[in-house]
Design a protein around this ligand. Structure first.
Ligand SMILES: Cc1cc2nc3c(=O)[nH]c(=O)nc-3n(C[C@H](O)[C@H](O)[C@H](O)COP(=O)(O)O)c2cc1C
Length: 187
């Protein structure tokens, strides 16, 4: 699969097979992803990998409860209240792997750089038969000092992206998007 095919076919994948994402596969994907451009050459990223299903399930529940108990703090999530109240809803879609990307605030460009890395992970995953979904809900917990300390995230790093990952169980047809708007195009 070439890069254009990967871009064309990538979708947010929310159903995964039982096959675990192997260590060498994840290392390969992340190793490719960090070839992203990086402002001032600082490479301001670091990763946490969760592969303990019980921990992932427990984190899903904690995130749901935290957001529901503090809805006023998460106006961007208000539209998803009914999802969170659904006891069957799993924030990570029962993924066996969650990849968390932290950015080093010492770099002004860290959010851009880490987002490019997340995009690369998703495209590389697509070409290897894996699927990902960026999980914005995870912001409710993965930036907490206690969580970061428990996962050895150094001071100065903050959450940029969380991806649930696994081998794709249910593929989704290629996406459609509105035509891009060009505010100006001067010849
Ligand atoms: C910053 C960001 C946060 C997102 N958060 C979630 C999320 O918490 N849960 C979820 O199911 N999808 C989440 N998504 C996935 C979007 O819903 C998805 O990208 C969008 O619907 C377009 O679909 P596509 O990725 O299949 O093209 C997020 C995507 C981005 C970029």
């Amino acid at each position: 699969m070439n890069v254009i095919e990967a871009i064309e076919q990538r979708r947010s994948i929310r159903a995964y097979t039982e096959r675990p994402v192997e260590k060498d596969v994840l290392e390969k994907l992340v190793g490719l992803a960090v070839k992203a451009p990086t402002g001032s050459g600082m490479e301001p990223w670091g990763f946490v990998v969760l592969q303990d299903k019980k921990e992932i399930d427990a984190l899903s529940e904690r995130i749901k409860q935290k957001v529901l108990n503090n809805l006023a703090d998460y106006p961007q999530l208000a539209q998803y209240e009914s999802w969170l109240r659904n006891e069957k809803y799993h924030v990570f879609y029962h993924a066996g792997t969650v990849l968390i990307i932290y950015g080093d605030s010492a770099s002004h460009w860290n959010v851009y750089d880490c987002s490019l890395v997340a995009g690369n992970v998703m495209l590389a995953a697509e070409s290897e038969g894996l699927g990902c979904c960026w999980i914005g809900f995870a912001e409710a917990l993965f930036n907490d000092a206690n969580f970061k300390k428990a996962h050895n995230v150094p001071d100065g790093f903050h959450l940029v992206a969380t991806l649930s990952m696994g081998y794709t169980k249910v593929a989704v047809p290629p996406c459609t998007r509105k035509p891009p708007v060009f505010f100006s195009w001067m010849n």
